[in-house]
Design a protein around this ligand. Structure first.
Ligand code: TRP
Ligand code: ZN
Ligand code: CA
Length: 462
């Protein structure tokens, strides 16, 4: 009780707000303004304007963007910090592993991915796989990139396999940032307990129904892509997938070799065994770099590709930035090329509603509609929703954007301690699974007593 009352104690503004809000709130309550009725308010006042700045631009095949190696390294720094705070490792069954999962999941959730955590048991401990789906694309054709997130218990596992984990994470985040709309469906995964024998990926493949398995057009694996004395090894399990990577490195004048340092030593093996086409990249582990290899790749002949492989010195100091950069860009190239998507450039079309909709105090949700027409295809992956909601205590408000499909996208949660007035904000929503044309709604609910307000206006920028 005390806690509930705490934030509503009569500060001056809150008191005043009660009085001010009473009229509108009571009127709304008496009229029984529900979401349906509010929604039914004629939209005559809704000034629906369409301004196409770029004109009609046909969807076109998009080249993969450059992946920021600085961002990949920032993820590695976070994984190192997690290890430091958790006994020096991120191993299966240890606290540093779950913290790693939480870090990656938080980034993906914030970017609009649909994530799920799959649990399994190995060696008496709970393990976790993290699966992230990018909404949209042809669900019958999945392009899938994965990396194991666990380290050995001896160290932080920054090259093995913070590097692959951070690389695919930044590629996934770039998909979101670009609002990429692939033709095929994109899925990413971070596997647990690889170091105990490919346990997480094996569990995933085992539980996947055969029908789902057959929808995976390619599984791409990234285990060690920033080795300090690097080589550029490409998996040769599937000629087409091998070719996609080799093409990329050819354009950069980087020589490649076929990966031979232990076939089936990583998470692509369970997929391959289940009949899925696999590919991947590898910058070398404990094998020794030959003189020939040093001649074409630089680095030190007679030394391992990674002298800290499975050792405590596998820290952020154990990374070759150039290899990490090239391999991260190669991942993006493969993901973009294989999903053969197209990016619909933002059209700049704006649809706005200026209909005022009252928001009753601690009442039912209300909605304001915008009808969108004349936009081809799906909504952008980076749809902008700009809202102008007047309210005397905005922490009371839960705000959703509802797409034509009826799916709600949460823009804002309520908060008992956000006492500021008004919500005037532009939100970015991954709406690429929605058809652009149709009825979009802004749904607002006031969930706490004493203050109320109204939707003044809102708009969508496609
Ligand atoms: N999977 C191994 C590990 O995590 C590393 C490794 C060795 C590897 N050889 C490989 C990965 C070949 C991919 C391909 O310890
Ligand atoms: Zn590994
Ligand atoms: Ca309220």
């Amino acid at each position: 009780m005390l806690e509930l009352n705490g934030p509503t104690l009569p500060r001056r503004s809150r008191r005043a707000a009660v009085l001010l809000a009473t009229g509108a709130a009571v009127t709304a309550a008496l009229l029984g303004v529900s979401s349906v009725q509010a929604n039914a308010v004629p939209t005559t006042a809704a000034a629906t304007t369409a301004t196409a700045t770029a004109g009609k631009t046909a969807a076109r095949a998009a080249a993969a963007p450059d992946i920021s190696v600085a961002n990949v390294k920032a993820h590695l720094n976070q994984l190192q910090s997690i290890a430091n705070a958790n006994g020096g490792n991120r191993a299966h069954g240890r606290s540093g592993y779950k913290a790693s999962i939480d870090y990656v999941k938080g980034k993906l959730d914030a970017a609009g991915f649909t994530t799920s955590v799959q649990q399994f048991t190995s060696n008496g401990s709970t393990g976790y796989n993290l699966i992230a789906d990018w909404p949209g694309g042809d669900a019958d054709h999945v392009i899938f990139a994965g990396a194991h997130l666990d380290s050995v218990s001896r160290g932080a596992g920054i090259n093995d396999n913070g590097s692959g984990s951070a690389g695919i994470l930044e590629v996934a985040l770039t998909v979101a940032k670009e609002g990429y709309k692939p033709g095929k469906h994109l899925r990413f995964a971070w596997w647990g307990a690889e170091e105990l024998g490919l346990v997480g990926s094996q569990n995933y493949v085992r539980q996947l129904p055969a029908a789902e398995r057959s929808k995976i057009d390619a599984y791409l694996n990234f285990d060690m892509i920033g080795s300090p004395n690097p080589g550029y090894f490409v998996y040769d399990d599937d000629p087409q997938l091998e070719g996609v990577f080799k093409d990329y490195f050819a354009t950069k004048n980087i020589a490649t070799e076929i990966e031979t340092e232990g076939d089936g030593r990583s998470d692509h093996a369970p997929f391959k065994n289940a009949g899925v086409r696999v590919g991947g990249l590898f910058s070398g582990a404990d094998y020794t770099k030959t003189a020939d290899q040093a001649a074409k790749w630089g680095g030190t002949a007679g030394q391992p590709f990674d002298r800290c492989y499975h050792a405590s010195c596998d820290t952020t100091a154990n990374i070759n930035d150039t290899a990490l950069d090239n391999n991260s860009d190669a991942i993006a190239h493969a993901v973009w090329t294989l999903s053969s998507g197209s990016t619909t450039p933002p059209t700049g079309k704006v649809f706005e509603s200026k209909s005022q909709v009252d928001i009753p105090d601690a009442g039912a949700a209300v909605e304001s509609s915008i009808t969108v027409g004349g936009v081809q295809g799906n909504a952008p992956g980076a749809l902008k929703a700009t809202v102008d909601i007047r309210h005397t205590y905005r922490g009371d408000l839960v705000v959703d954007l509802v797409g034509p499909s009826g799916k709600a996208y949460r823009l804002k949660n309520s908060s008992s301690n956000d006492s500021a007035a008004d919500v005037t904000e532009t939100y970015t929503v991954n709406a690429s699974a929605e058809t652009a044309n149709g009825t979009w709604k802004l749904r607002v609910q006031d969930v706490a007593a004493q203050d109320s307000g109204h939707i003044a206006s809102w708009k969508l920028t496609f």
